[in-house]
Design a binder for this molecule. Sequence first.
Ligand code: ADP
Length: 548
Amino acid sequence: MMRGLMMDRPLMISHIIEYAAANFPDQEVVSRMPEGGIHRYTYPEAAARSRQLANALRKLGVEPGDRVATVAWNTYRHFEIYYATSGIGAVCHTINPRLPVDQFSYIVNHAQDKYVFVDLTFVPLLEKLQGLFEGVRGYVIMTDREHMPETSLPDAYCYEDLLAEQPSAFEWPEFDEQAASSLCYTSGTTGNPKGVMYSHRSTLLHAFSVLAIPGLGLNETCSLLPVVPMFHVNAWGVPYFAPMIGAKLVFPGPNLDGASLTELMNAEGVTEAWGVPTVWMGLLGHLRGSGERLDSLQRVLIGGSAAPRAMMAEFKSQHGVEALQGWGMTEMSPVGTVSLVRPKDQNLPEEKQLDIKVTQGRAMFGVEMKIVDGDGKRLPHDGKAFGELLVRGPAIISGYYENAEANAKSFDDEGWFRTGDVAKIDSEGYMEIVDRTKDVIKSGGEWISSIDLENEAVGHPEIAEAAVIAAYHPKWDERPLLVVVREAGSELDKAGVIEFLKTRVAKWWLPDDVVFVDELPHSATGKLQKAKLREEFKDYVLPEAKAS
Ligand code: ADP
């Protein structure tokens, strides 16, 4: 092989903030603060303060490879911590403050965090938990002297005091681009959370890839608001790719309700906002009630779970806002696909465009996808066959942090990562999630989508909610069991449900039994808890199995 003769310059996160400072000196970073009020400064000031913080971290004894945790909202200080920690070769470990106590302490100890940076809001939480932390050397409270609270946290520093002592001159070191830069744990539904360790290289390549997504239109004229938290997969990469293109950054701080978001977006001319469906539900509800308008918003990216069709339609018809859907995972940095309507389809009727947007969309450059059957054999990308979705790419994990058990299960023989999603892919690359691998019903080697069945069932006017789980079958191994909550006053029975489904799904998909319950188990965020339902039905036996 003949080698190219180009410079072997490492891809470093510190380059991003310095590039933004040098090339977009007037561009603003605006934050709503937990202390109240709005803070604004420019990229050069963000870079200068990141350098001050880098000096402070060194003084605190933070070494390359050390983990520094954050428990914080989206603000400019959190942004500075992103750059200062990774810039000196340490690892920024963002923690979701809403984690259950046992998981919270587990990940602080598993990551061996040396310092914890914490917003005022979460000081009481950490005061309660700190006794469980094994190796934490100190806490930095992300505020100024004036707002510094009385605290029982041992070795507590004031963020602004630390910075004030330091010069803004700092020579960012250069090192191997494969060095770890940040760490985020995925909260598994079972077992302990698993650590995803990003690198400088993966972070920059992910940012380049997002910026290259055709039709996303990200550039210097954009004002970008990440509602998605910075403790959640690096706010989907927004804090890295926005400075690369000199976009304005607007951080919402702790106020994520519809009224606060509307006010901030209108005041700061926000053109793009990224977040999960729940947040948009709140925003649209507020707009409906108040009659307020979105003056500047052009696009929302909805991800993290499936974007409801009605939500996308409402954004467009009521507010002229283009809603796009993104699919991804913590393990993928996180963006995998985005559902954009291609130029050739933009003249289609609105309903047809929605058909495209409710799919999870096409892979961005740098993400390869394949679907396989139960034996790991590749399935065609014909829009019909569906199987387990596997991915690979330079911003996708090669292994969880210090977790051999999870690693043994998460990759196939070719090194592709198992997403745990079941999907189909069409001939033009559009991917559609059909189910989760643990929820799909494996009937005689063929797969039945529990989600499709549920969606058909709730189409019945007398069905309020439906869930499909697998029930053991002596011949087929698994068969679908449909659990139904009837609308009040309804006397719908099994025969009526089956009759309704007969014309809507393939015969072999028809549930073997229908059971009626008063309610289905839900999580705090309203998600149907299939694991719990399976637990509730663990002694259930299908009529046919009983007979045999
Ligand atoms: P994130 O951190 O982006 O929420 P997680 O790693 O917590 O991601 O969860 C990833 C899972 O969330 C995916 O495997 C998929 O099942 C689900 N998911 C994410 N985005 C979508 C989407 N747009 N549509 C359907 N499911 C989605």
